[in-house]
Design a protein around this ligand. Structure first.
Ligand SMILES: Cc1ncc(COP(=O)(O)O)c(C=O)c1O
Length: 388
């Protein structure tokens, strides 16, 4: 019998999620209400930040943060090309212009020196993305922001549970956007959260997330509520449901255990690949200041040591029953952004070289040790077979 396929990702939902979701369904209140407030408090306590706003995606969280600061046409926002399109979409939604700064080839994270080169009079915000969940150099980026009167909005879609200098991601910057999408370390199917420092800003983002309404439905239809509300500004429909929040509360209870298992799997990959001549030690040796939640395990090939390219490597892993992915197709390679901004891939040599060689291996708590060994054996076998 051929061994079963190891999928790239499998979510970890169980009785805890079922019980809390059942409670919500039976309660008669399924949209944003008490469970959303409870989930916001729980994430606030977990990351240790002053305020949180639950939203239906990380994209929405980034959009309301930029809108909440009044970023708009004529403004520039500096971010990395090595990210999902959502980061740049949020900049476009408010009519601002994305400016891309190249990455550090050892980490995949935005290089603060490249950010410095892209600053202009019009720069208003920097959006660092914690690639694979590894914290960016927030100290250096914070210094740049302070010296130039800029805001920092962290795209922490992948980084819940990572920390830097003893503080979790979520506690460091003006605003931090998390994703609870299907594949994330904490998943509500779809969902997001904005962590921020200032109650007035949080209130503004909360209003923007619900049509610009001054009183939400829970305040109107809950016990003692009044029916009247006013629209005070143009808003969006980005609120999270109590059903999703119930899943999030259950998932948060398991997050540390799940992240520990991810770190165990990452350690097994690193130990197995350390002496392999065709593998680049990307994101392996971390400084003591960093805790990595190992959301992704990016395997970076040394292409000049191999006679096959990344595509062929992925195909052969697929034939061996190993599901993989690639994070990310650089922003400047997508036709929409390339044509709109005339981006030139030659300006981003580090992103180009990592992108051409990276493969995301399976890493999630439901993988057992035998699965991990199968992934390792397949990578080694394919690589040694095609070594130059
Ligand atoms: C770096 C990054 N930012 C933002 C997002 C968007 O998250 P969401 O689907 O919650 O909007 C993703 C999604 O995977 C992502 O990888």
């Amino acid at each position: 019998m051929s061994p079963s396929h190891i999928t790239f990702h499998r979510p970890d939902f169980g009785m805890e999620e079922l019980q809390l979701v059942e409670e919500v369904l039976k309660s008669g209140w399924v949209t944003s209400g008490p469970k959303v407030r409870e989930f916001e408090e729980a994430i606030k306590d977990y990351v240790n930040c002053p305020c949180t706003v639950a939203l239906n995606s990380c994209t929405a969280a980034m959009h309301v943060a930029l809108a909440g600061w009044g970023v708009g046409p004529g403004d520039e926002v500096i971010t990395t090309p090595f990210t999902f399109c959502a980061t740049v979409e949020a900049i476009e939604y408010v009519g601002a212009t994305p400016v891309l700064a190249d990455i550090d080839p050892l980490t995949g994270n935005i290089d603060p020196e490249c950010v410095r080169e892209k600053l202009s009079e019009r720069t208003k915000v920097i959006i660092p993305v914690h690639y694979a969940g590894l914290p960016c150099e927030l100290g250096k980026l914070g210094d740049i922001a302070k010296a130039n009167n800029l805001k920092i909005l962290e795209d922490a879609a992948l980084a819940l549970g990572s920390s830097l200098n003893g503080r979790r991601i979520g506690a460091h910057s003006d605003a931090v956007a998390f994703s609870f999408y299907a594949t994330k370390n904490l998943s509500t199917g779809e969902g997001g959260m904005l962590a921020c420092q200032d109650e007035a800003f949080a209130d503004k983002c909360r209003r923007l997330s619900l049509h610009g309404m001054n009183r939400d439905a829970w305040k109107r239809y809950g016990a003692g509520g009044k029916w009247y509300y006013e629209i005070c500004e143009l808003g969006f429909k980005y609120n999270l449901t109590d059903i999703a929040a119930a899943m999030g509360i259950a998932q948060l209870g398991k997050l540390e255990r799940a992240n520990d298992r991810r770190r165990e799997i990452a350690a097994a990959y690193i130990a197995a690949f350390r002496k392999i001549p065709f593998i680049n030690p990307f994101q392996w040796d971390l400084s003591n200041e960093v805790v990595h939640n190992r959301h992704l395990f990016p395997l970076v090939l040394k292409l000049d040591a191999l006679s096959i390219d990344r595509e062929r490597f992925i195909e052969q892993l697929g034939e061996a029953g190993i599901g993989t992915s690639v994070h990310y197709i650089p922003i400047y390679r997508h036709p929409y952004y390339r044509d709109r901004y005339n981006f030139d891939s030659g300006e981003y040599p580090n992103t180009e070289s990592i992108y051409s060689a990276v493969i995301s291996l399976p890493i999630y708590p439901a993988l057992d040790d035998e699965d991990v060994q199968r992934v390792i054996e397949a990578v080694k076998r394919i690589g040694f077979m095609h070594q130059k």
